[in-house]
Design a protein. Structure first.
Ligand code: NAD
Length: 474
């Protein structure tokens, strides 16, 4: 029988009469039932968050810091149980699930050190003027299914450190590990400060439009981001939107083919390609294109696709049927257009589990759907370029602006190229590395606002300037 999970509202784990199923993407078997919340449960969670806000905002930051540190320690202490559950619901291999769990604990520990110091604008005989960062209130957090734990933690931590309280909605596809964390942390934060409720996509707009929520922090697709912006416009909620990406990797001719092949592979295929900042278009200089594309394909042949809980699996299934169908559609489109495949491309329609074989395309045109759209799956197009100016123009020819990378021995040239890329993050000679204290955010339709670091923390506050006239006669 499937296990039942509960929601966290006002410090209590609660169940609902209506529930929905969560499926293991590796087997398509139901693994759990979780609460299906609607307006009533949301109202309860928001009321609890509002009540808790009244005292939490006045709680000294040192106390709030301790709560964040306790969350970090709780996740770390329970990492073994949590990463197994994460693989079960999300599909990612155990090693990558472990990285997510430890990464989330590390993020919480690192961000707990942040401060929201006042800024002195004027300190003269005439006046003292000071800017303080005031918590905005109750935050609605909405999270996707690709990194469910990391995304939940990266919303909860800055919200509560800043003095806000939060109502968080995991993706209906991957709520289990987050709900288990809710159960584990309910004793380390005061009741109502963190509330976690599950429901179908329809719960999302209820959060976005809730009159007693002050800010939305959302990670997910650009299409949903646009709907959220519309919903939140009714009462002009503050918002942070972390949306899709179609990140370009640029490999210059001086890169060592053998050394970069494996790194390029994982920059695209970690988490079965379901990473907003995965390399989704790889541009290789024509001088090394043949050798490097062959080396990537050779490396890929040794990587095992399978159930993430099985030893040796490198690439797990796609997380859900909807995304699986979308990736299959993009592969079919490439076939219909006669693009060349270096590897993969044949999905077994009768198989169990949402498996897509590692698929690598050989120099498809720039307007191919697999190049122009965010594929979010284990399918990578390799493309040839001949000049730096040309490749910068092609990399920037996208509605997205999340991240990118340059691979070269000449790091000065790498930086010079990076400075011309229209994205929030650019790596030289690495990929996917995120520093919890460095600003992370997108440009263009990859969203706006920031997460991580002091900029990310400030997003949960508004600025208040208090000026005292010192020489006034009153
Ligand atoms: P999604 O937009 O379908 O869903 C994300 C969340 O929004 C889920 O919790 C969902 O239930 C909820 N939701 C759905 N409809 C809603 C609505 N109308 N109003 C409010 N909430 C609604 O995204 P997904 O498929 O879960 O995730 C994949 C996408 O997320 C990809 O595009 C990926 O690039 C993006 N992503 C971005 C980042 C980033 O930091 N920029 C990180 C991870 C994923």
């Amino acid at each position: 029988m499937a296990e039942s999970y509960n929601n966290l509202i006002d410090g209590e784990m609660i169940s609902t009469a209506k529930t929905f199923a969560v499926v293991n993407p590796a087997t398509e078997e139901e693994i759990a039932q979780v609460p299906s919340c609607g307006k009533d449960e949301l109202d309860r969670a928001v009321a609890a968050a509002r009540k808790a806000f009244l005292s939490w905002r006045k709680t000294p930051i040192e106390e709030r810091r301790k709560a964040v540190q306790a969350i970090a320690a709780t996740i770390k202490d329970n990492a073994d149980e949590l990463f197994r559950l994460l693989t079960l619901e999300q599909g990612k291999p155990h090693s990558q699930a472990q990285m997510e769990i430890y990464g989330a604990a590390g993020l919480a520990a690192a961000q707990s050190t942040l401060n929201l110091d006042d800024i002195i604008n004027e300190d003269s005989d005439q006046r003292l003027s000071r800017t303080r960062h005031v918590p905005v209130g109750v935050v609605g957090g909405i999270v996707p299914w690709n990194f469910p734990v990391m995304m939940a933690v990266q919303k909860i931590v800055p919200a509560i450190l800043s003095g806000c309280t939060i109502v968080l909605k995991p993706s209906p596809f991957t709520p289990l590990t987050t709900l288990r964390i809710a159960e584990l942390i309910k004793g380390v934060v005061p009741a109502g400060v963190v509330n976690i409720i599950t429901g179908p996509d329809e719960l999302g707009p209820l959060i976005t439009e809730h009159p007693d929520i002050d800010k939305i922090t959302f990670t997910g697709s650009t299409a949903t981001g646009k709907k959220i912006m519309e919903g939140a416009s009714k009462d002009l909620k503050r918002m942070t939107l972390e949306l899709g990406g179609n990140d370009a990797s640029i490999v210059l001719p001086d890169a060592d083919v053998e050394k970069v092949a494996e790194q390029l592979f994982w920059s695209s295929f970690s988490n079965a390609g379901q990473i907003c900042i995965a390399a989704k278009r790889i541009y290789i200089h024509e001088d090394i294109y043949d050798d490097l594309s062959k080396a990537i394909a050779e490396y890929a042949k040794q990587v095992k696709v399978g159930d993430g809980s099985h030893q040796g699996t490198g690439v797990g299934p796609i997380q859900n049927k909807k995304q699986f169908d979308r990736v299959c559609e993009l592969i079919q489109d490439a076939k219909d257009n006669g693009y060349q495949f270096l590897l993969g491309g044949d999905v077994d329609p009768s198989g169990t589990g949402y498996y897509v074989p590692i698929t690598i395309l050989d120099n498809p045109p720039e307007d191919a759907r697999i190049v122009a759209e965010e594929q979010f799956g284990p399918v990578m197009p390799l493309m040839k370029f001949s000049s730096v100016d040309e490749v910068i123009e092609r990399a920037n020819n996208s509605d997205y602006g999340l991240a990118g990378a340059v691979w070269t021995k000449d790091t000065d040239q790498g930086v010079a190229i990076a400075e011309q890329l229209e994205t929030g993050t650019v790596w030289i000679n690495e990929f996917l590395h995120i520093n919890p204290l460095a600003t992370f955010g997108g440009h263009k339709q990859s969203g706006f606002g920031a997460e991580y670091g002091i900029e990310g923390l400030k997003e949960f506050t508004y600025s208040q300037v208090i000026t005292v006239k010192r020489d006034a006669e009153v």
